[in-house]
Design a protein around this ligand. Structure first.
Ligand SMILES: Cc1cc2nc3c(=O)[nH]c(=O)nc-3n(C[C@H](O)[C@H](O)[C@H](O)COP(=O)(O)OP(=O)(O)OC[C@H]3O[C@@H](n4cnc5c(N)ncnc54)[C@H](O)[C@@H]3O)c2cc1C
Length: 411
C-alpha cells in the first residue's frame, strides 16, 4: 500500500452491494442523503445466489415502482411447488391460494435485481458506488464509536470513508462483523447442496419440485429464461469425498432420485466446473448494532435455503430500515446502537419465524428409515389440511412492511 490516503465524508456508508445493501442505498439516496455503497466485486455476476425472490419481496419491489423495470430484464413467475416421494406427490403448494396480492415468488438471475437497484440509485448525485473496493477495517473514535471504514481500491490504494452511520450488508461471511468483534453462532445443518443448471424442457411447468429418497433429495426449480436449477443434498462437509468418487458418480446420485431429468443431467453435467457448492448453515447473531454500526441481511442472520428466504429477509431488512434511518439522521446529531433496538427486535421476530420453520424442515428432510416413512404420511396428511396455507403464510408472507409505521420516531 502506498500513496496518499483519500478521505471522504458521507451520511451513510454501506458495505456490501447484495440485495440488502443495494436496496438500502436506493431508499436512502432517494431521501437526499449522502450514501456510499462499497462492493468488493467489480461485476454484478453472481451465479446461483438468491435467484428465488419470495412473494413478500415482490410486493415491496412493486410498491417501490421497481417491478416493471426488473420485468424488462426478465424473470420467471413461480406458480407453486410439489414434494414427491416414491413417485407420489405428497405435498403441494399453489401460491395463488395464499391471501393478499402478489402471492407468487419470482425467479431471476441476481444481477437483474441488483442492476435495477443500482441504476435507480445512480440517478442521484448524492449516491456513490464504489465497486471493486473491499472493506479492510473499521475506523473508530476515542470512545470506540464506529465513524467510518477503510477500504482498498484498485492498485491497492486505501480510502477512508467517514460516515454518521455505517451499515454492514457484506453477507454470510461478513468481514465487518468480524472486525467489530461481533460473534455469530453458526449452526451447521446436516447437509450441503450442490447446484447446477440444465436447459428446461419445453413442456416443463412453472412449479418447483422437491424429490425425496430417504434422507437424499433433489430440488428442481424452473428459472429464467429457460433453465432448471437443480440441487442435490450431500452430507455436511462431504464435497471433497464426493469429488473423489468422480463427477459420473455424482450424476448417477442425481439420476437415481430424479430419473425424469436423467438424459439432461448426463448430457450437461460433465465436470466439477458445471456445479456450485452451497455450504448450508444457519448463523444467528445476538448483537446487530454497536454505536455507529448496524448489521443487516445475511451479515446479521444467515438462513438455510428452504423456501428461498435469504433474499426476502435482506430486502425486508433494508425496506424497514430505510425510513427509520432517514428519520434518525434528520433528527439526531449522533445515532446510538440503542436507537436500533426496536428495529432489531422487529426484524429478529421475522427471522426467528423463518429459521424455526427451516430447522424443522431440515430435520424432516434428513429423515431416513422409519422416520422417512412417517414423514411420507405426515406430509400427505398436512397436504389435505387447508391450514397448511395459514401455517406457511406466516413464514412466506410475514408482514414486515407494517413495521415501518410502528418504528417511526418523532422528528
Ligand atoms: C449458492 C447460493 C444459492 C442461494 N439461493 C437463494 C435463493 O434461491 N433464494 C434466496 O432467497 N436466497 C438464496 N441464497 C441466499 C441469498 O443469496 C442471500 O441470503 C442474500 O443474497 C443475502 O443478501 P445480502 O444483501 O444480505 O448479502 P449478499 O447477497 O451475500 O451480498 C453481500 C455483498 O457483499 C459483498 N462483500 C463481501 N465482502 C465484502 C468486503 N470485504 N468488502 C466489500 N464488499 C464485500 C459481496 O461481494 C456481496 O455482493 C443463496 C445463497 C447461495 C450462496
Amino acid at each position: 500500500m502506498s500513496g496518499t490516503i483519500m478521505k471522504n465524508q458521507f451520511d451513510v456508508v454501506i458495505v456490501g452491494g447484495g440485495p440488502g445493501g443495494s436496496l438500502l442505498s436506493l431508499i436512502l439516496a432517494q431521501q437526499g442523503l449522502q450514501v456510499a455503497l462499497v462492493e468488493k466485486q467489480k461485476q454484478l455476476e453472481r451465479s446461483f445466489r438468491g435467484e428465488t425472490v419470495a412473494a413478500s419481496s415482490v410486493r415491496i419491489l412493486d410498491q417501490l415502482g421497481l417491478l416493471n423495470r426488473i420485468a424488462d430484464k426478465g424473470y420467471l413467475t413461480v406458480e407453486g411447488m410439489a414434494m414427491m416421494d416414491k413417485g407420489q406427490t405428497i405435498f403441494t403448494l399453489d401460491y395463488d391460494a395464499f391471501p393478499g396480492t402478489f402471492k407468487r415468488a419470482i425467479d431471476l438471475p441476481q444481477p437483474h435485481l441488483l442492476s435495477v437497484l443500482l441504476e435507480e440509485a445512480s440517478k442521484f448525485q448524492n449516491f456513490t458506488y464504489l465497486n471493486g473496493c473491499a472493506f479492510e477495517s473499521l475506523i473508530r473514535d476515542d470512545a470506540q464509536r464506529v465513524i467510518g471504514v477503510e477500504v482498498s481500491a484498485e492498485a491497492g490504494q486505501l480510502r477512508q470513508l467517514y460516515a454518521k452511520q455505517v451499515v454492514a450488508s457484506d453477507g454470510r461471511y461478513s468481514k465487518v462483523r468480524k472486525a467489530a468483534g461481533i460473534q455469530a453462532q453458526l449452526k451447521p445443518v446436516e447437509r450441503d447442496i450442490i447446484w447446477f443448471k440444465l436447459p428446461r424442457p419445453k413442456d416443463w411447468n412453472d412449479r418447483g419440485k422437491l424429490l425425496l429418497k430417504g434422507s437424499s433429495h433433489v430440488f428442481i426449480i424452473p428459472t429464467w429464461p429457460d433453465f432448471l436449477r437443480v440441487g442435490l443434498n450431500i452430507p455436511k462437509g462431504g464435497f471433497q469425498q464426493l469429488r473423489k468418487r468422480g463427477i459420473e458418480a455424482f450424476v448417477e446420485d442425481v439420476v437415481s432420485i430424479a430419473p425424469e431429468i436423467a438424459p439432461l443431467v448426463r448430457e450437461h453435467v460433465r465436470s466439477w466446473k458445471d456445479v456450485t457448492l452451497l455450504d448450508v448453515f444457519v448463523a444467528s447473531v445476538d448483537q446487530w448494532a454497536i454505536d455507529g454500526l448496524l448489521l443487516i441481511g445475511d451479515a446479521s442472520h444467515t438462513v438455510s435455503p428452504i423456501l428461498g428466504q435469504g433474499v426476502n429477509l435482506a430486502i425486508q431488512d433494508a425496506f424497514v430500515l430505510g425510513p427509520l434511518l432517514t428519520q434518525l439522521l434528520r433528527s439526531k446529531s449522533t445515532i446510538s446502537a440503542h436507537d436500533f433496538a426496536a428495529y432489531v427486535a422487529e426484524r429478529k421476530k421475522h427471522k426467528t419465524i423463518v429459521t424455526n420453520y427451516q430447522l424443522k424442515q431440515e430435520q424432516n428432510l434428513a429423515a431416513h428409515g422409519w422416520a422417512a416413512t412417517i414423514r411420507h404420511y405426515k406430509m400427505r396428511l398436512f397436504d389435505r389440511l387447508p391450514i397448511k396455507y395459514k401455517a406457511l403464510d406466516r413464514v412466506l408472507n410475514y408482514p414486515a412492511t407494517d413495521a415501518i409505521a410502528r418504528l417511526a420516531v418523532s422528528g
